[in-house]
Ligand binder design. Structure first.
Ligand code: NCD
Length: 309
């Protein structure tokens, strides 16, 4: 039985990831085969935090599968403004849609809503600073494309590692895969939180502050922005802005086959001149995100025989 919802990367087994990425590869090569697969089905997008890529890539993914999309503009324009609970809102959405993609500023909100659902599939599109599992799918898809494997990689995670949910999800997944080594590059105060190191071998990572020093032997450099909206005050967050900027000079120290990634939006973490460098993979990453989200929607909505589940 396939899982009904996708809340965290651990929701799928290794075999299920193999099936999911196999499906994504096939969609990438033969998108025409999928244009009618979900005709008559409806995806609802519920975003309680700003989003460009995640929301649009899910909506486009559903349209490219032949399905339709509904969305709630903003909580301010909905019945929640009149005092409706999130549980009730979701139950109502369930009577309209087959699958719902939801982002919320409070960690674990989507997880708590699962018990209220009877039929609709729920996908976590980011919960607070906790996790962003479909960004991880996007990242894994990109690493498979550019490196051909997910194991034995030297991975640098740089920026706001305390508040960035993308790096939390990505680290939680990649640390379970054999031979991966991590270089955490962050300013003091924005380090990867202790709780993510449970069961992690001390030899499998280093924590440093200098990007210039850390970049040298990396296979992947994953840049992130300072999550200013998650600090107690905006000033506090802005104080960290500009901590890291990948410049051409620093990139000069990187390997020839380094893969530069970023979940986007970029603020000032990567000089725009680098966009033309063949090692810049962040726009490819966004494109592959749509493909792997098509695969995820199909994977959850169909069983092994391609029938509705
Ligand atoms: C990320 C997020 O929302 O956490 N954005 C995205 O979905 N690509 C990263 C970020 O906002 O910095």
């Amino acid at each position: 039985m396939r899982p009904t919802h996708y809340m965290d990367t651990k929701d799928l087994s290794k075999n299920e990831y193999d099936v999911l990425f196999g499906l994504a590869d096939d969609i990438f090569s033969h998108p025409d085969r999928y244009i009618d697969r979900l005709r008559g089905k409806v995806l609802a997008s519920l975003f309680f935090e700003p989003s460009t890529r995640t929301r649009m890539s899910f909506e486009t993914a559903m349209l490219r599968l032949g399905g339709s999309v509904i969305h709630m503009d903003s909580p301010d324009n909905s019945s929640m403004k009149k005092g409706e609970s999130l549980e009730d809102t979701l139950r109502i959405v369930e009577s309209y849609a087959d699958v719902c993609v939801m982002r919320h500023p409070v960690s674990f909100t989507q997880h708590k809503l699962v018990p209220y659902l009877k039929e609709m599939h729920l996908i976590n599109a980011g919960d607070g600073n906790h996790s962003h599992p479909t960004q991880t799918l996007t990242d894994l898809m990109t690493i498979r494309h550019t490196k051909g494997r997910l194991d034995h990689l030297k991975i640098g995670l740089c920026g706001d590692l305390k508040n960035g949910r993308t790096v939390h999800s990505l680290f939680r997944h990649l640390k379970e895969i054999e031979g991966n080594h991590f270089t955490f590059i962050s300013p003091p105060g924005l380090e990867m939180p202790e709780e993510y190191f449970d069961g992690v071998d001390k030899n499998s990572y280093v924590e440093i502050q200098s990007l210039e020093e850390g970049i040298e032997d990396l296979d992947i450099l994953y840049m992130t922005r300072v999550q200013t909206e998650r600090f107690a005050s905006e000033e506090e967050g802005l104080g960290f802005r500009g901590s890291y900027a990948l410049t051409k000079k620093i990139l000069g120290k990187g390997k020839e086959d380094l893969s530069i990634m970023h979940p986007l939006p970029r603020v000032d973490e990567i000089e725009t001149e680098i966009d033309e460098d063949p090692r810049a993979h962040y726009f490819l990453q966004a494109k592959l995100g749509m493909i792997v989200r098509m695969a995820l929607i199909l994977f959850l909505m169909e069983d092994e025989n391609g029938k509705d589940s």
